[in-house]
Design a protein around this ligand. Structure first.
Ligand code: DOR
Ligand code: ZN
Length: 442
């Protein structure tokens, strides 16, 4: 009998509408029991109600938030093909450190995830080396070339949970119509990177005052908005489910709102960098603030936050995009876009959204647990009795500095290095086993 008791934490399980001081008993990797104490969150403790077996390992979670294992629905693990940036081993370690027990992995590997064999490879590497669950996404088009649809049914049968050419936009609207029709038939998310390639070609940052000042080629909000509008219209046409990745513009937020109002099956995510930073950061951080879509203006950041608050933006995802130092050293024009995100997400969500009063703890946690689980149709993101015991323990008031030199990720490309943030993951539990803890006793 393998039991673990997490005692006295504030359990936040939005899927079940729970936010209260409770004890969670885990048995053989499943949630066995949740014992309610008499008083509410943040009030003084009452006696534990659970039957206690002396062999049970007890974790004192007093002062901590206990949530379902966090889910990052947008991660680049880079394996196969780009193991110098990240591997399934290092990327899932970084996930565990950040509090994520599950990640959806993007298909822009080499080879791309466009065949059942690559899915099998990812599953087998995860089985051998994974610290977190990896739910693979497969590409919409063969070799991400935007020309020919992959064999969607065989990829779904092999274990792909959705389709995405992330990193690129499928510019051919007819291909998008076809994949969204398949989505309507077979019930999977089509996760779209929205940047019109012709408008976007050669750009390295947002088009605006800062790009003009730095004399760098900039990309207009319209490049994103045009594709967001197109794909919402195609989802309406087909009845498929379109998920808008990394929303960065005020226009995209408004379009998603419009789509939802019309009853289109559209969901959306925002990244911590897009709800925290503006394009001014390029002046300070250069390549480590370069990503696609780019950091925008304060108006856009405010709109993204408003979208998160009013439910237009359903989920928070990192777009963890590791690149090696020698690649980022190529300068603004030539370095690849993207920043790492797994190990800074929780403190940014707490510092920027929760401690500022924009989202309640429960709203923020929903966007990192049950909502992505629902979008991806995966059985995770809840602490229901009998559910897989994936949990994250967060210290909401812990203040610490980001130290990129200590990342578990192989890469260091972040604009948040040295930021002092409040609210950190302190323990990650997967299948009832502690896989990461800042407390050396556990
Ligand atoms: O900045 C980005 N980097 N955006 C993407 O969509 C892809 C990603 C990558 O793969 O590096
Ligand atoms: Zn993307």
């Amino acid at each position: 009998m393998n039991q673990l008791l997490i005692r006295g934490g504030c359990v936040v399980d939005p899927a079940n509408g729970i936010e209260a001081i409770q004890d969670v008993l885990i048995h053989d990797g499943k949630i066995q029991q949740i014992g309610e104490l008499e008083r509410e969150c943040n009030s003084s403790r009452a006696a534990v109600q659970l039957p206690l077996n002396p062999a049970v390992k007890v974790i004192d979670a007093t002062g901590l938030i206990v949530t379902p294992g966090l889910i990052d629905m947008h991660v680049h693990l880079r394996e196969p093909g780009f193991e110098h940036k990240e591997t399934i081993m290092s990327g899932t370690r970084a996930a565990a450190v950040g509090g994520f027990t599950s990640v959806a992995s993007m298909a822009n590997t080499s080879p791309a995830v466009d065949s059942p064999e690559v899915i099998e490879f990812i599953k087998s590497q995860t089985h051998k080396y994974g610290s977190a669950n990896v739910f693979p996404l497969a590409s919409i088009t063969k070799n991400l070339a935007g020309e020919e649809l992959t064999d969607v049914p065989s990829l779904l049968a092999a274990g792909a949970i959705g389709m995405s050419d992330d990193g690129k936009t499928v510019m051919n609207a007819e291909l998008m119509r076809r994949v969204l029709s398949l989505s309507a038939e077979r019930d999977f998310p089509v996760m779209v990177h929205c940047e019109e390639h012709n408008l976007n070609a050669g750009t390295v940052m947002n088009l605006g005052e800062t790009s003009r000042k730095l004399n760098l080629p900039g990309s207009a909000n319209a490049a994103e908005d045009i594709i967001v509008a197109r794909d919402i219209m195609l989802a309406e046409l087909t009845g498929g489910h379109v998920h808008i990745l990394h929303v960065s513009t005020a226009g995209a937020v408004e379009l998603v709102r419009w789509g939802k109002r019309r009853g289109v099956h559209v969901t959306a995510e925002a990244t911590p960098h897009h709800f925290t930073l503006t394009d001014i950061e390029i002046e300070k951080h250069g390549v480590n603030a370069k990503m696609h879509p780019p950091l925008r203006t304060q108006t856009d950041v405010d709109a993204v936050i408003e979208g998160l608050c009013d439910g237009t933006i359903d989920a928070i995802a990192t777009d963890h995009a590791p690149h090696a130092p020698f690649e980022k050293a190529q300068g603004m024009l030539d370095s690849p876009p993207g920043i790492v995100g797994l190990e800074t997400c929780v403190p940014l969500v707490f510092s920027q959204l929760v401690h500022t009063g924009r989202l309640t703890v429960s709203e923020a946690i929903a966007k990192l647990t049950c909502v992505p689980a629902q979008i991806l149709r995966i059985e995770r993101g809840t602490l229901s009795i009998g559910a897989t015991a994936d949990l994250t323990l967060i210290h909401p008031d812990k203040v610490a500095r980001v130290d990129a030199t200590r990342f578990a990720s192989k890469s260091r490309n972040t604009p948040f290095d040295n930021w002092e943030l409040k609210g950190w993951t302190v323990m990650t539990i997967r299948n009832g086993v502690v896989i990461q803890s800042t407390d050396e006793d556990n």
